[in-house]
Design a protein around this ligand. Structure first.
Ligand code: 0A1
Ligand code: ZN
Length: 851
């Protein structure tokens, strides 16, 4: 690898470009092996720092390039085209170029590529440089006019359509944008159309373009889009700004979706939905992602990032916005619990390992490696904390000022925070540390009760993370409520603002000693450590008015039980089993909440918890304890399970909060029931199910219990033509395999005729499932480690981005015993020793190893 290719980029080195771009004209003459891209770009010297013209360009064949129509001296390398300042006019000039690229050979799925015969693009973060020579950096914003030539019925680009004819179409995007928001799509696609009238009365044409045969899976996405458009007007005062909004579904895509201006491109798994083929979780995710990409129109597109270190500026904020939207569409408490589950599973895990980094990183080798849970999910938590600290009204004022002040600009986190300081008069300099300090704060709490006064004392500390040994106290909003001994709330939710390493808060004039409900609604992304006996937890589980804490108490009880079973072979206490049974049978509680309360901590979560407590987790033991607890729960609840299962039937399928909540409860119950009835109820449901939620759920229940091989075959037979459903088929048998068969199952599936390395969804179905099967992945044979690294090495040659992302499965290696550590280390070494390993994967593996 050349030095340039593995160079580290630092935030502190940011400088403005030598040239700005006023406008861009592009013509694409499409051909699978030899697409010609003609560009005409008006550059304006940056008065601040005139200098050479530096354009990015990779994997391009340069045909011609001129400045104001004349050939000038230029240096062309593998990564850049450079024209010396002395050879440039010191006033605006036109750069024209023609390059050739081969979309059909592009398996990295970055730049212009082909998926099932259609052309599509992915330019974020630095893919535009694989399309033509350009200052491929987000602070360079320009208007684009694009002509697409190709023999396809559908030819799309950003902005509004200008003109079209046989085999060509022209688009103009009036809003200046960075190149990462550029998009082009061409193919034989069908369209599901709709429309939306904005609050100021402008009609917007809406389209979802899909492959022929998928047109019956667009209605839900279209409704989600309209809901998102209306929500952004109502909640943030943000209106859409073009005549048309297009969404395209693509099968081969590295991520979930992409917010290209006016032309969102989606992984087909994140937009196509139908009762027969999609689960409730799919519907919920699709609604959230459609909203997320749409919301980027203001938080990301109209106001974008100055540089890639500011990624959380658009991502954290947009995730926060989509979370609030989903909460409004469904249920805030349920959504919050789900958010915390993902935050802990992905972000806390990342923050506790070798890949920990600040929400705004200070350096990177490959920016694609920083589309992380920390940037996205912790980034969203920061927005939530900010809102909690300033209040709802001031939050809206701050946002309004940010939109007004920075529309059309490429800005920084400082600009975002300054808008809030100016709108609220609050000093946010200490709060800003959330963006620069990595690691999850540990918050310990102790209590004192004297004469009607309760004192809550907190201490915070953050463990060291790579490159950051010393940590400072953070600003932590701690939402607290007090519950009296009779179960009544004596203090409604109050936000305590902790800013010091140690701080106490007192509550006076209390009649009897209340129980404190702390970190309500998960008011900050911290790990709360608090001594609390099982009886107090059960009390809060029964009486807390805060749904998140109510759920959390059940969770803690389950976790304590499991840790005890793992470490000292204990058996679950009757009180605990009774408490869960009470929640499960409480008909005043939302079924979705009850399903969540029945969910046990994951094996990965238990491994991390044991590691944090100074122990070495044994994956097999964790697996066995969890299964033993599931059996104990099933036996203890055997009298209520069949009734609950029957009661929550949903005769009319609707993928809304109510229906999905009932099905979630029904399926959690079924999973326990399957341990008692030898799979009878699950088999019956599998045969009768008229929706994918129950078809998949019943099959999962069977597979988890070591049953279901006939059903697995029937599933394949029924769905072999549907690629998205077949991803589920690949996924399930690996994810729910017993620990000693997981690797062999995954290996066998890589030889299945429908397995392909070229489709990220399929690769993730098998290998994402393998790494999610904790005891299977960490089986002491080391077979799964070996299989994963072998396949990552093969995938890296085709698709570095997905390889690098998936190599993060090894990030937890230091938790385990020395034999496992040695096995993983050997696999990481093997990857690093591979000739030509991509920059993406090299950076990830090096960081995981701690280099
Ligand atoms: N900005 C998109 C996510 C995304 C990021 C990178 C991609 O390619 C490297 C693709 C999509 C979002 O937040 O939805
Ligand atoms: Zn995003």
């Amino acid at each position: 690898m050349s030095d340039a290719a593995s160079e580290t980029i630092y935030l502190k080195d940011y400088t403005e470009p030598h040239h700005w771009v006023r406008d861009v004209h592009l013509t694409f003459r499409l051909a699978p092996k030899a697409t010609r891209v003609l560009s005409r770009i008006t550059f304006v010297p940056n008065a601040e720092n005139g200098g050479d013209l530096i354009l990015n360009g990779e994997e391009l064949t340069l045909i011609t390039a001129t400045v104001d129509g004349a050939i000038v001296p230029m240096e062309v390398s593998d990564t850049h085209l450079r024209i010396k300042s002395a050879d440039l006019p010191q006033k605006p000039f036109t750069f024209e170029a023609e390059v050739e690229i081969a979309p059909e050979d592009n398996t990295a799925l970055e730049g212009l590529y082909m998926s099932n015969g259609m052309y599509c693009t992915q330019c974020e973060a630095e893919g535009f440089r694989k399309i033509t020579y350009y200052p491929d950096r987000p602070d360079v914003m320009a208007t684009f006019t694009v002509r697409v030539e190709g023999d396809y019925p559908v030819l799309l680009s950003n902005g509004n359509p200008v003109a079209s004819g046989d085999g060509w179409a022209e688009w103009h995007d009036p809003w200046p944008k960075p190149a990462y928001l550029f998009a082009l799509v061409a193919g034989d696609l069908v369209n599901h159309a709709g429309s939306f009238t904005t609050k100021s009365g402008k009609d917007v044409e809406l389209n979802i373009y899909v492959r022929r045969g998928d047109e019956d899976k667009c209605a839900f996405g279209m409704q989600a889009l309209k809901d998102a458009m209306a929500w952004d007007e109502k909640t943030y005062g943000r209106e859409y700004d073009l005549d048309i909004f297009n969404i395209v579904a693509v099968d081969d895509f590295n991520m979930g979706a992409m917010e290209n201006k006016g032309l969102n491109v989606f992984n087909s798994s994140c937009v196509l939905a139908s009762q027969a083929t999609s689960t409730d979780a799919n519907f919920e995710r699709i609604e959230g992602i459609i909203a997320h990409e749409y919301f980027h129109n203001w938080t990301g597109n109209r106001i974008t990032c100055r540089d890639w270190f500011q990624l959380c500026l658009k991502e954290g904020l947009t995730v926060y916005r989509d979370q609030m939207f989903s909460g409004d569409m469904r249920s805030h408490p349920v959504k919050r619990i789900e958010e915390v589950l993902t935050l802990r599973a992905r972000q806390f895990r990342e923050d506790n390992g070798p890949l920990a980094h600040p929400v705004r990183p200070e350096s990177f080798v490959e920016i694609n490696n920083f589309y992380t849970a920390t940037v996205y999910e912790k980034g969203a938590e920061i927005i939530g904390m900010l809102r909690r600290l300033v209040g709802d009204e001031a939050y809206r004022k701050g946002c309004d000022l940010y939109f007004e002040r920075h529309d059309g600009q490429a800005v920084t986190i400082e600009d975002w925070l300054k808008a809030f300081e100016d709108a609220t008069g609050r000093d946010l300099s200490h709060f800003a540390q959330w963006y620069s300090q990595a690691g999850t704060p540990r918050l310990t709490m102790s209590e004192e009760w004297t004469d009607g006064t309760l004192t809550l004392s907190f201490a915070q500390s953050t463990p060291p993370t790579p490159g950051q040994d010393e940590k400072n106290p953070q600003v932590i909003p701690i939402a607290v409520g007090l519950i009296g001994p009779n179960g009544d709330e004596v203090l409604p939710t109050t936000v305590l603002e902790m800013t010091e390493a140690e701080q106490s808060f007192t509550f006076e004039g209390l009649g009897a000693r209340p129980v404190a409900s702390v970190l309500r609604d998960f008011s900050a992304p911290v790990i709360l450590q608090r001594d609390m006996d099982a009886a107090t937890r059960a009390f809060l589980l029964a009486h807390d008015t805060d749904p998140f804490q109510k759920w959390e108490m059940g969770r803690m009880l389950s976790k304590d039980t499991l840790i005890d079973m793992i470490t000292s072979g204990g058996t679950p206490a009757a009180d605990y089993l009774d408490a869960l049974k009470t929640v499960l049978s409480d008909e005043s509680l939302d079924p979705a909440f009850r399903a969540l309360a029945l969910g046990l901590p994951s094996q990965d979560d238990l491994a991390q918890t044991l590691f944090d407590a100074g122990q070495t987790p044994d994956p097999q033991k964790i697996y066995e304890a969890r299964e033993a607890l599931r059996r104990a729960l099933a036996r203890h609840m055997s009298d209520i399970l069949p009734t609950l299962f029957r009661q929550h039937e949903t005769p009319q399928f609707k993928p809304d909060a109510d229906g999905s909540g009932k099905r979630a409860l029904r399926l959690s119950v079924l999973s326990l029931l399957t341990l008692l009835d030898d799979g009878e109820a699950a088999r019956t449901l599998f045969a009768a199910a008229d929706n994918m939620t129950e078809q998949e759920g019943s099959l999962q229940a069977l597979l988890t219990a070591g049953l279901g091989s006939d059903e697995l075959q029937a599933f394949e037979k029924q769905w072999k033509e549907d690629r998205l459903v077949m991803d589920k088929w690949f996924m399930m048998q690996v994810a729910f395999a017993a620990p000693d068969t997981a690797a062999a199952t995954a290996e066998a599936l890589t030889r299945h005729p429908a397995f392909t390395m070229k489709n990220p969804n399929r690769f993730r179905a098998v290998f994402g499932a393998l790494t999610s099967n904790h005891a299977g992945f960490h089986h002491d044979s080391g077979a799964a480690y070996d299989l994963l690294s072998k396949n990552l090495i093969s995938l890296d040659k085709l698709n570095p981005q997905t390889t690098a992302r998936m190599s993060a499965a090894f990030e937890t290696w230091r938790r385990y015993d020395s034999a496992r550590q040695a096995k993983i280390h050997a696999q990481l070494d093997r990857m690093l020793a591979t000739d030509g390993l991509s920059r993406d994967t090299t950076e990830m593996v090096t960081r995981i190893l701690g280099g």
